[in-house]
Write a protein that binds this ligand. Structure first.
Ligand code: PLP
Length: 326
């Protein structure tokens, strides 16, 4: 993780435990969690990868936020086509289930790093898109409702954060006619935000979408967390030049193609779902019955989302007790 991400963590956590490896070495975190559980210490582990509350939160909160955006932004002739997101814990993509309930013809596309293509190729590897791609299929990913998987080259994300943030990149974009107020907002795209943007472009190209089609994604975090990565790239590759700006724009943005995309059939979805077995049942304590339920029990996912009212009431009662509510 970037220096800024560690600093942010330290500012919100009493203690930060660093596990070895790269962005995708999540098994090492799971191992540490088992060690802590077995230590007998009084602790609660919230694991975003298997906590159905994570899925539920994005279904309910991110889902409604997306609905509000569509209600505000869509013109009468527009059609909402789907949500496209890179996945880490696959919590955020839970919003797709909500959106598909509202728009049954819409799609849900899950994206990852080409250097770690687990969904696409049962693959593994180290990559630089911080926050996503963890060498396993998260327990809370509803594969039965996922229509497409795809992969983004991390070289594209690293080149584009330079194009969007380095002076030579901004100058080039201004010369291309990008308005200043738009350019001022480009730092809102962190590395996985750029990957989400590129994934949405792939999705739009694959389905030959036009100007009245609407695709949603999320800018997961911003360049506030990655200034050190820009410095490292300069140290590694030299100054970002005007020539590199042209190359980055043409190769990674305009040239984004429909390679590394797979539209999922029923059995493709099952193939990805089945990969969960090796992480969750063999290693992490889930049962054979539970993994079968995720696929075969018709109300498995809706039994989670049906809990919204009950949980909201508990949250309100709790807030009342803390004195947060009048
Ligand atoms: C920066 C960043 N991008 C993307 C993601 C992926 O989101 P999710 O875990 O909901 O799939 C995360 C998750 O922690 C993240 O921190």
């Amino acid at each position: 993780m970037s220096k800024e991400r560690f600093e942010w963590l330290a500012s919100v956590a009493g203690e930060v435990i660093k596990t070895p490896g790269t962005e995708s070495n999540v098994k090492e975190i799971f191992d540490k969690c088992w060690e802590l559980r077995r230590s007998g210490e009084d602790l609660v582990i919230f694991n975003q990868f298997d906590e159905l509350g994570n899925y539920l939160w994005h279904y309910e909160v991110t889902g409604h936020a997306m609905q509000e955006v569509l209600e505000r932004e869509m013109r009468p002739m527009d059609t909402y086509r789907g949500v496209v997101l890179t996945t880490g814990s696959a919590g955020t993509i839970g919003c797709g289930d909500y959106m598909k309930k509202l728009f049954p013809a819409s799609k849900i596309a899950a994206s990852e790093a080409l250097q770690c293509p687990t969904l696409l190729l049962n693959g593994f590897g180290a990559h630089r898109i911080e926050g996503i791609g963890d060498k396993h299929v998260p327990w809370i990913h509803n594969l039965k409702n996922t229509d497409m998987v795809m992969a983004i080259d991390d070289q594209s994300t690293m080149s584009l954060i330079r194009l969007f943030n380095e002076p030579a990149g901004q100058e080039y974009l201004a010369n291309q006619g990008v308005p200043q107020d738009f350019m001022d907002q480009l730092p809102l795209l962190g590395i996985s935000g750029v990957a989400n943007l590129l994934s949405s472009i792939k999705f739009a190209k694959y389905y030959e979408l036009g100007e009245s089609d609407v695709v949603l994604t999320v800018l997961t975090d911003s360049m506030e967390m990655y200034q050190s990565r820009l410095h490292e790239l300069t140290e590694e590759c030299g100054e970002f030049t005007a020539q590199e700006a042209v190359a980055a724009h043409h190769r990674h943005l305009l040239g984004q193609s429909i390679d590394y995309v797979q539209e999922l059939t029923y059995y493709d979805r099952m193939r990805v779902h089945n990969l969960k077995y090796f992480t969750w049942v063999e290693q992490q304590g889930k049962t054979f019955e539970e993994i079968q339920d995720q696929w075969y029990k018709p109300d498995y996912w809706t039994s989670v989302t049906d809990q919204v009212e009950e949980i909201d009431a508990l949250i309100e009662a709790f807030n009342q007790r803390t004195g947060l509510l009048p």
